[in-house]
Structure formats: structure tokens, C-alpha cells
Ligand binder design. Sequence first.
Ligand code: PMP
Length: 436
Amino acid sequence: MTETVVSYAQNQPKALEPSRYWHTFSDMNVVSKGPKFVVARAEGAWLWDEAGDRFLDGTSSLWYCNVGHGRVEIAEAVYKQMTSLDAFATYGDFANVPALALSERIGAHAPVADARVVLTCGGGESIDSAAKIARQYWSVRGRPEKVHFITRTGGYHGLNGIGTSLIGMERFQAGYGPLLADTSVVPHDSLEALEAEILRIGPENVAAFFAEPVIGSGGVHAPVDGYFAGVSELCKQYGILFIVDSVICAFGRLGNWFGIERFGVTPDMIVFAKGVSSGYLPLGGIVVSGEIAEPFWNEPGNPLHHGTTYAGHPTACAAALANLDILEREDLFTVALEVEAWLDYALRPLADHPLVREVRSGTGVMAAVEFTPEALASGITSAEVFTECRARGVVLRAVPTGLLVSPPLITTWEQIDHLVSTLRYGLDAVADRHSA
Ligand code: PMP
């Protein structure tokens, strides 16, 4: 039996079909009982639902659609690849041209000395791979006790096995029993806290430190001045691998290849995903320095005891190569710096809104609008503002403390203006409703 419900945009009825689809990251007790927001089509920074209503994609889907939606060039590259070699694994000495080409291109641009590239299907898988590479590296170097990982408050490193242990947001760890024991989280902007934790654990036990260039899902926190230079120094001083999680920040989101260039440091590994293919097909990977690769590449008997079926998937790599062509041809890293400035300029005035505690923007095409503790304590939720905005045609991301914004790099000034004025309208509407 179908029930008639009301769509978000223009009160057009939508049929609600019972569905078996289990939305992850979602409360199915709510989602399974309401209408679904079925995205039917997308082009540039716009989405359309089944009723034909148009929405601005203010989040690049989930931080990934850097070149915008509907790029026929990527679809054609995928078609061409799939009709010549769809897929074949890269175990042993098997290779394929797109995987080799993509690794060369990524490695050539990465701020990592003598880069080697491992490919995977996404961000969390890459984080777990990087952690295992770090531990195996120390093991083959005769330091098997170096297993501890340090991460930061607000840090998000995917939700695979190790990533779930590394996360700096406890709500994602509840319900899973004992996680990896040898991990700890330090405040995200404190070098003193990092050094104190290294000394507490003992540097001889610490394998690696993980950090996002700008914390994304944890609320868009750019580093304080000099932070990463200090991190890099501490990691060198204490013999700890410095692993940068650029899953969000790479491929233009910070106006350059890997995000971390902005802070002038050279890590041991960089984890990437999302923007590498703008999400047209799932892909991720790890850039590993020559020094860390050395025992695996140049010493006998040390294969990596890790890998996945789809590593180096030729069709996913072909999509990524076409995506990189667009990023370079359209100079989207430079464009991103302009969009970053527009977003910062448009969002800043919202800091005066009574519901808003702080606007964090100005480092990358990413921003957070954090609510005041008073507003949150009074029962106002970011989900309400999210719903108001979506009903008026703008998709944002609600997190417990506020809203996150991360549009595609091709977003125009008019679209940014539309996004921010809709957000202001949404904040006003929710504030009015609660004060009535
Ligand atoms: N690291 C960071 C910084 C991320 O933002 C994400 C995803 N949002 C991940 C890792 C995990 O990526 P995936 O969801 O592809 O596993």
C-alpha cells in the first residue's frame, strides 16, 4: 500500500514506498517512517529531486564532488575504460594502465619525499591501510613495540576497524565493545598536549600521529599558526610517523593538491579519497614516502600483508584521471581560493545571528556555523535549520553543534549568496519558532 506524503520543496505529493534500504549514519526509526529525499539528477552545483524541484548542493554530497556533478567527460572516460578493460586485480605483478598512470600523477604532485602510492576504494579503508603500513614498517625495522596511534579531538578518520578506534568523537565508538587499545586523542590545537602524550606513552611505543589539515566532520577547525610545523618537528624528534588525513582537504578543497601544502610540511604518508575522483566512482589511497616504503620495496622478504580486491580498479582510476584533467584544465585550485574567499565573506556576518556562537571559514571551501550553547540547551537543533534550508532549496550538513558547508569548487558567487541568504532565513525561522 502506498501512503501519500508531502515533499520538502513545494508541497508536491510523493509516494512513500516501503523500502528495505538501510541508510547508514541514520536513525532508521525515523527515516523508515518518513518520506525519502530521492535525488534524481544533478548537474554542476545543483540537484533535482523526483518531483523536479531544484536544490543547491551546499556540501558537495559528502565533501567529495569537487568538480561538480554531471561531468560527461568523466562518464565517457568510464565508458571507454569499462568497454576495454572493466576490472582486473593488481596482486603480484598484475597492473593496468589507469592505475599506473594515476599513481604517477598523484605521486608526482604529493608533498611526500620519493612517493609511492597504494590505491583503495575509499577513505576509511585507506586510513586502516596507512595504520597497518605504519605498524608493519616499525615491525620490519625491528621496533615491533611501536604500535600506538595518537589522533586529535574532532578528528574523523573513517569508521573501519582501526578508524573507529582513532576517531576523536566518542559518539561513534559507542556500542562496539573493546576497540584498539593502543590509541589516544589529544586536543586538536595543542603541541604541548601532543608532546606530553608522546612522553606519557613513551616515544618508543608510538607508531604514528594522524591529523587532518583542516578538521572536517568534527566541525571545520583550521590549525593555529605554526601548528603543523611544530607537529612535524615533534614527530621527527621522537621518531613517530606523521600521517596526514587529506580525505576531505585534497584535490582542491584547500586550493592545492593535498591540502597540507598550505602549512608547508612534508609528512610520511598522506591519505586521500573523495576529491580524487570527485566521487564519480569510489576511490581512495595512500601516498607513502620512499623511506617508509624502503624495507618493503628494497629489502627481501617484506611483502605488505595487506590488500583489497579492488585496489587499482582500472575503471575507478580512469574516472579519477578524467577528474584530475578537469581540475587542472579549469584551474580549479585557483578557482577554489576565490570560492573560499566568497564563502568567508558571505558567511562572516552570520556570526552576529542570535543562534550563532561562531562562524569558522576562510581556510578552504569549507565552513562551520556553530550554534550558541544557549540555543542548543534551549532545544534548538541543527536538524531543524537543515530542514528549513532544504525546504527552501539548499542542502547543508547538520552536525550536533551546528551546520557544515562545503560546496563544489565550481560554485558561483550567486550560488554562494543564495546558500548563505537561505541559511540566514533558516536560522531566523527556527529562532522565531522557538521564541513564539
Ligand atoms: N577521513 C576523513 C577526514 C573523512 O572526512 C572521511 C569521510 N568523511 C574518511 C576519512 C572516511 O572516508 P570513507 O567514508 O570513504 O571511508
